[in-house]
Design a protein around this ligand. Structure first.
Ligand code: PMP
Length: 361
């Protein structure tokens, strides 16, 4: 069978070692004679999975002790609603940095619960899509928090600068970049991420929230979105997505074995540089994203002649390079190269791109 490299933006590729391990222990997990997804979430065996995975995640991200880690349902979009419901307190407004598709989607959801102030930080640099530096963000004085998305999965635009806004509560939608490099969690009031890109299977969402922000939820917040309720119940107020939790725990172990986030940063940088340099070297391919904001995780690129898009995709597919079609709002191609994508996968793609250009350019 052809070796497949899956460039899907999410659900996305998982480390093969993790999948093999899950396969080996699927029917007889830890000698119990059942799979891990068939046992009670309150059994001592599953509680051990839950505790260990939380500890591994804390170690990887160096999460300070005054932060709760919650394993939630509902994807990142549930957090778009949970955020204002939990964190507005007495405020009626919050700042929302509008930097791309997902940041904008968070604003639309927040409008149901407050009057978000949308702050457009998009700019163009040499005709390319970029983001204004943080010092130019015009934040308000009366906002409960400031929300932004450091990696726009669709636009391929990243904000790598770490926030430094004094005592403002900063919230980051880390869905497509969590665990891809070290970050300073203490700069944030909360970060959250849907699992299906850089963590594990869909169905699980991570919330890491500073404990002084708990206890402010509105009365009408659904209990399963109430951070205080989730924290008090060890993320088991209702039945959590146990299989996704277990598999994410295996990914955390794998990340530790690989050398943690410093090593991931090196690998992700090398992969991204290889792909962007291939794009930049040719007039046949182009990136619309300004140099300072190029994502290491999601790399959209265009063919100079869009009439070749279909041929590119079908030839790529034929040699095992899957899911390269760009999102409909951007068009062209997109290669998502999360932690589980090995350098050889990106090398196979760039070799194909060079060869495709030679034949069709
Ligand atoms: N935020 C970002 C940055 C995303 O990439 C996505 C999904 N692609 C979402 C939010 C929405 O996530 P979910 O589908 O898990 O609700």
């Amino acid at each position: 069978m052809t070796q497949v490299y899956n460039f899907s933006s999410g659900p996305a590729m998982l480390p093969v070692e993790v999948l093999r391990r899950a396969e080996q222990e699927l029917c007889n997990w830890h000698g119990l004679g059942t799979s891990v997804m068939e046992i009670s979430h309150r059994s001592k065996e599953f509680i051990a999975v839950a505790e260990q995975s939380e500890q591994d995640l804390r170690d990887l991200l160096k999460v300070p002790a005054n932060y709760k880690v919650l394993f939630c349902h509902g994807g990142a979009r549930a957090q778009f609603a949970a955020l204002p419901l939990n964190l507005l307190g007495d405020h009626t407004t919050a700042d929302y940095i509008d930097g791309g598709y997902w940041a904008h989607s968070a604003i639309l959801e927040a409008k149901k619960y407050c009057e978000p102030k949308a702050i457009d930080v998009k700019t163009t640099v040499d005709g390319l899509n970029g983001i204004k530096p943080m010092k130019e963000w015009q934040l308000s004085d009366n906002a409960a928090y400031v929300h932004y998305c450091p990696n726009e999965t669709i636009d391929g635009v990243a904000i790598d600068e770490m926030p430094d806004f004094g005592d403002k509560v900063v919230i980051g939608d880390y869905s497509s970049t969590i665990l891809s490099r070290p970050i300073d969690v203490s700069r944030f009031g909360m970060i959250y991420a849907g699992a299906q890109k850089n963590i594990g299977p869909a169905g699980l969402t991570l919330v890491i929230v500073r404990d002084d922000l708990l206890g402010k939820a509105r009365r009408e917040v659904p209990s399963i979105l109430d951070y205080t309720v989730l924290a008090e119940n060890g993320s088991m107020f209702n039945t959590p997505p146990t299989f996704a939790w277990y598999l994410s725990g295996l990914v955390f172990k794998w990340l530790k074995e690989q050398g943690g986030l410093v090593e991931m940063q090196k690998r992700n940088q090398a992969k991204a540089e290889l792909l962007y340099s291939t794009i930049d070297k040719s007039d046949f391919y182009r990136s619309q994203v300004a140099l300072a904001n190029r994502s290491w995780m999601n790399v959209p690129f265009q063919l100079a002649d869009p009439a070749l898009d279909k041929v590119f995709l079908s030839e790529a597919e034929a040699i095992g390079l899957q899911a390269l079609k760009g999102h409909r709002v951007v068009g062209g191609m997109r290669a998502s190269i999360y932690n589980a994508m090995p350098l050889i996968g990106v090398k196979t793609l760039t070799d194909f791109m060079v060869d495709f250009e030679r034949r069709h350019g």
